[in-house]
Ligand binder design. Structure first.
Ligand code: CMP
Length: 139
């Protein structure tokens, strides 16, 4: 079923490199409406909670360390077919495999520092959006 909301965050590598504006511009030009947005920083513990689903993966500790290493920009986005269309816009997890012109192809540094996150399902989009934004911020 096509849905209309997804969750994203611009990751520390892309924030540090000064790419918030360029990435946000691509998101809006692709037809997404920014419903909620802020700049914040995760503690290692909060990063661990966000990525709990990956806690058994070998890269989990490095990922939590990296995701708490600098500022991030979480957002809730709205568009028809949001989850799927946003994953197309950002490209594959590994930037070496990301299609030309995608956000990760243009801005990611590595498979870990891959510039941006995109929810993989409607259910996770709702959970992840609630992780960062209160009900009154998700209007
Ligand atoms: P994201 O889409 O936010 O979801 C999980 C994150 O884990 C992923 O982006 C990458 O930042 C990271 N990741 C996934 N696979 C690997 C890997 N093989 N090695 C290191 N980090 C990874």
């Amino acid at each position: 079923m096509a849905t209309n909301r997804t969750f994203t965050m611009i990751k520390p590598d892309a924030v540090e490199a000064g790419n918030i504006g360029a990435i946000t511009k691509m998101i809006q030009e692709a037809g997404f409406r920014i419903v909620a947005m802020k700049m914040t920083k995760l503690s290692e513990e909060r990063a661990g909670q966000f990525y709990e689903v990956h806690s058994e993966r070998p890269f989990y500790n490095d990922l939590c360390n990296y995701m708490s290493s600098g500022a991030i920009v979480p957002m809730i986005l709205e568009k028809d077919n949001a989850v799927e269309d946003f994953r197309t816009l950002i490209g594959a997890t590994n930037p070496a495999e990301a299609a030309e012109g995608t956000i990760r192809n243009l801005f990611a540094e590595s498979i870990e520092a891959n510039a941006i996150h995109g929810s993989d399902s409607d259910e996770n989009a709702a959970i992840e959006g609630s992780f960062f934004f209160s009900a009154t911020e998700r209007f």
